[in-house]
Design a protein around this ligand. Sequence first.
Ligand SMILES: [Zn+2]
Length: 638
Amino acid sequence: MQIEERLKELKDKINEKVPNGIVVNQVEFEGPELVIYTEDPKRFADEADLIRILARDLRKRIVVRPTILEDPEKAAIEIKTVVPENAGITDIFFDPDTGEVLIEAEKPGVVIGKNGITLREITKHIGWTPKVVRTPPIESSTVKQIRQYMRHVSEERKQFLRTIGRRIHRDIPSRGDSKDASKKDQWLRVTTLGCCREVGRAAFLLSTPDSRVLIDCGEKPDNAGGTPYLYVPEIHPLAQLDAVVLTHAHLDHCALIPLLYKYGYEGPVYATPPTRDLSAMLQLDYLDVIHKEDRKVPYSSNEVKTYIRHSIPLNYGSVTDIAPDIKLTFHNAGHILGSAIAHFHVGDGMYNIAFTGDFNYSKSRLFNPAINQFPRLETLFMESTYGGANDIQPARSDAEAKLYETINTVLSRGGKVIIPAFAVGRSQEVMLALEEGIRLGKIPQVKIYLDGMIREATAIHTTYPEYLNNELRNQIFREGMNPFLAECFQQVDSQVLREKVIAGDPCVIITTSGMLNGGPVMEYLLNLAADERNALVFVGYQADGTQGRRIQKGWREVPMGRKGTITINLQIDTIDGFSGHSDRRQLMSYVSHLQPRPEKIFCVHGDENNTIDLASSIYKRNHIQTFSPMNLETYRMV
Ligand SMILES: [Zn+2]
């Protein structure tokens, strides 16, 4: 059936279901949504359950937009009349191209109202479709710029969403039913393009006879600029890929997504809203770091913009058509802000496959544990960073006690503590532990300097509190209790201040990059490594080939490129237990608690020994078929 016919059929079905007199003028696919244009948006809003019923019956995500729009100035006044004042509206933006009004408020829940009642009230009064976003309690320049940019390109984006919508709902040849011999034409394959028997450069290609989806596209964090195997014929031409799905914002998963646009990809990237914002921030920082090191920059900030323009944000739990035969649902992975396990429902119930990305199966200061229940699941691709038999992480409380002890020792002998950390995730965990340590008197009132993108990443965390666990969310919104705004923290935002910190009093410095492959941490190391009173404390995983791994292994003379060689005299400590990853016990426990039990598990994203060991242990204990694939292999699922 042609797309126009299908839209007409959908329009007829909708007309059958809406009460008499409501006029449906047009229906259109826009991205993964079905948009109903009507001159009666107010009456649509009157029927509280109508959109929900249509969504259920048509199995589509439904959006209603008005065909005729009220004057924005008048509409703004009406919004302020309808919404209670304590919502704290900070901005109202009307987009005539989509018929949407974006309301930015300190308390989005108040603008929405119980069961969406206030939102419906707004629609009834003004016709425009309201969308509500939170005003960040700590202003993030990334979030601000992305919101402004999206307004700026709204016309182009509407066209893009229509093109993608039609592509998602295009006709595919019938593959027959189970009685039919043509069933053998149905298949599902996964090709491994990176992060197999290694950590970093995550990339997988999921393909069916009718569609292809790329999951993650990261770099290898070893200074060699390792990229996934993007030149294999399976993923070309890139222009014909249906979708890119991003599990989370760490560079070993997202760094090379903008490169795809440079090489001809034109489709969408699906990610949670925080992943979209954090990944753009980290990609721009990544370009900056490479530039400063005189390495070859793989793409420019223009391609980061192109990526943002093509992003389609999805929240956890929202089942979304991304190709004619593939539905995607994101679930909490507990690893960093917005991190997701990507679950794919392929064919009409033919097969279910999930990719964990990086995940944490224990509760942290920031997040709830990763989700282990799925409606259906035949195959799981799971990370194995700490998959080795001896990769047991201490409890979080023990790790914090050890960190306090190290800080006390170093400060009392007049030294400084350098903590290299990923800007996203580990930094915030350590910040929360230190803030509490100072508040409860477990460590002295010491200045904690944040250098690199940490402050900006923290601001993005406070923009999306619904992605944090309940305790932290409540703290952030209680007056004067936001731990991220505590007095002990100070951002280092200039070279002058950096030099002052280096020359100044004993202190704690949390800085990027987490594996010492570039970033401001290198300057602190260069200046502070010779003094044995100081300490370098690793709180995160150090991948093979990074400076961090070398120093951790005991190198005492470390080559630093043009800057010569540095001699390491300072104390080197590794404090495990702050990791955003599951350790060996949690990985095994996760598999045992999976519902339903999958038929196959692929252990990926871990050193060679770890993935092999984890795969064989899962097989022995759970009697599930396991694999420890290598890069560039293709597996047929069905
Ligand atoms: Zn990660």
